[in-house]
Design a protein around this ligand. Structure first.
Ligand code: F6R
Length: 244
């Protein structure tokens, strides 16, 4: 596990964006795993700026997002499909039919299986971007999730619903209670995994990611078994790590 400590969230975004650009430029048909949430927002902005300034082509890129809420339509502003279209896809030359997210409508269980098969068909994912929940979740793999899990339907835990209420007018009752997420094994099948985090509220999860023996209580600790993991975090998120 390589740990890169940056002075702030901006540097985290810049370094991660550069890794994505390198992956796009060095692979003929790059497959990217993408995350949503507040952490990658600036990174997507930098990727859009790069496209406007340097015309890096996304024409051959295939993307798979980590997760999607159940029950929100794709034009619902809180859906992750909407988030990805608005923050990245509609600003670059990607083929929309090559951008995959789990389908959060219809038969959730079946949709999860279909998604796992799509990843297998196009994969392995060359570079998977992750954020991290304050409870150590990766994707929406909440504490207690089996490390062998594939894409599945998940009941979001109380902490996650509370954390994400900020995207739903701070109204917990509006936050969907279920989501479809890549499983931990799905994530670990990626060739390279980059986890990005900033802010003091992520410090405890980062501490466990690095120091705690793998346990399902901290899903992020599953990453310790992968030999190509890069953690890109700011000083605050790193504040509970020892100097060494
Ligand atoms: C998002 C995802 C989640 C987030 C995590 C952190 O697709 O899978 O694991 O990465 O909840 O969210 P933020 O960045 O909003 O703190």
């Amino acid at each position: 596990m390589q740990i890169i400590i940056c002075k702030n969230g901006e540097e985290v975004a810049k370094k991660t964006a550069n890794l994505i650009l390198k992956t796009i430029k060095t692979n003929k048909n790059p497959v990217l795993g993408l995350a949503t949430g507040s952490t990658p927002l600036l990174m997507y902005k930098l990727l859009v700026e790069d496209f406007q300034q340097n015309c890096t082509s996304w024409a051959n890129v295939i993307t798979f997002n980590l997760d999607e809420y159940c029950g929100l339509s794709s034009n619902n502003e809180q859906s992750y499909r909407y988030y990805m279209n608005e923050n990245l896809f509609k600003h670059i030359n990607i083929d929309f039919s090559q951008t995959y997210l789990p389908n959060g409508n219809g038969n959730f269980k079946l949709n999860a299986e279909v998604y796992e098969n799509q990843i297998i068909n196009f994969g392995p994912i060359d570079l998977q971007i992750l954020g991290i929940g304050t409870n150590g979740h990766i994707g929406f793999n909440e504490p207690g999730t089996d490390f062998n899990s594939l894409t599945h339907v998940v009941n979001l835990n109380e902490q996650t619903i509370k954390d994400n209420a900020r995207f739903f007018n701070n109204d917990i009752s509006q936050v969907p209670k279920q989501a479809i997420t890549m499983g931990i094994k799905t994530i670990l099948n990626s060739k390279v995994i980059v986890l990005m985090a900033s802010g003091i509220n992520k410090a405890e999860a980062i501490y466990h990611l690095v120091n705690t023996k793998p346990t399902t209580q901290w899903p992020c600790t599953a990453l310790q078994s992968h030999d190509q993991v890069i953690i890109i975090i700011d000083k605050d998120a790193a504040s509970l790590l020892k100097k060494s």
